[in-house]
Ligand binder design. Sequence first.
Ligand code: PBG
Length: 345
Amino acid sequence: MEVNHLHQLPVRMRRLRRSPNIRDLVCECRVGVSDLIMPLFVKAGITEPEPISSMPGIFRYSPEGIVEECRALRELGIKAVALFPCTHAEVKDARGSEALNPDGLVPSVVRSMKQAALDLITICDVALDPYTSHGHDGVLSEDEADVDNDATVEILSEMAVVLGQAGCDWVAPSDMMDGRVGAIRRALDETELTSVAILAYSAKFNSAYYGPFRDAIGSKKATGGKYLDKGTYQLNPANSREAVRDALLDEEEGADLLMVKPAGAYLDIISRLREVTVLPLAAYQVSGEFSQVHAAAQLGWLEYERMRDESLLAIKRAGADLILSYFAKEVAQEMSVWFEFAVCE
Ligand code: PBG
């Protein structure tokens, strides 16, 4: 007689996958609107939002327009935005001096956001790349062969104070200089900006995924037309132990939150960091991650919404508490329609 061994199969995984309701009940991870932070671009001298060709649906807003956009985001339940300036060539110089102008674009926008009492956390990048003519995140050494770490850290500390005084809630050093988190903390504390938090871009990799962002803020090529290589300060994409070491240093120096960037190609880093720190962990789903989903969808090769949702879910599952993503607004819009958004089901 033939024996059906399958009748003796005590464990059957498919029992808990049988229906949408069961799958929903055993769902381990969801992405919600409170996880999401929207990055926004601002530019002086424009009246209408300016589209960015490599980032479908993303715009550069005027200083007035961005306040309105922030209001709309808050109404959708978004609780934080990260601001990035698109700076005109005339205000750029080799030292990125405009970064310290208290009446510059970003400090002015932060002030008008505070005046509008939007109840929205404002996050401002601390790095010189929107302001330097050469496009690097810091000032160059005398022989112009490299970025001068310590001179840059001094400027970044002042920049953080300028932003804090304008009313920025969280400063986000994205420059990857050594010692900047500690120096920024001291500078903020000395000026009584003790409640300004530091969201440290702790594990920021020298990535090809920043391309569309550099289109958006105009930092892709330096004035001489050379593409930038930030390899002397951003992490080598091959290195995960080094990323952990760098992030733990930021924690020691006083960071309030740590961040991994990009996110999708660095899920292992998110998950390793989740194991070694109890700080809140953020991940930045960067411009190239956003644009590749759009590009594949435009070609008809992949399903847009499913790709988008899966990409966010993977970042959350890896261990990120907060996700900076250019999808934040549209996902929040869909959630407000469906009330509860769960890509598990
Ligand atoms: C630079 C900065 C970059 C991003 C945020 N801050 C790019 C870079 O290092 O050139 C990238 C964000 C994105 O690609 O969405 N300080």
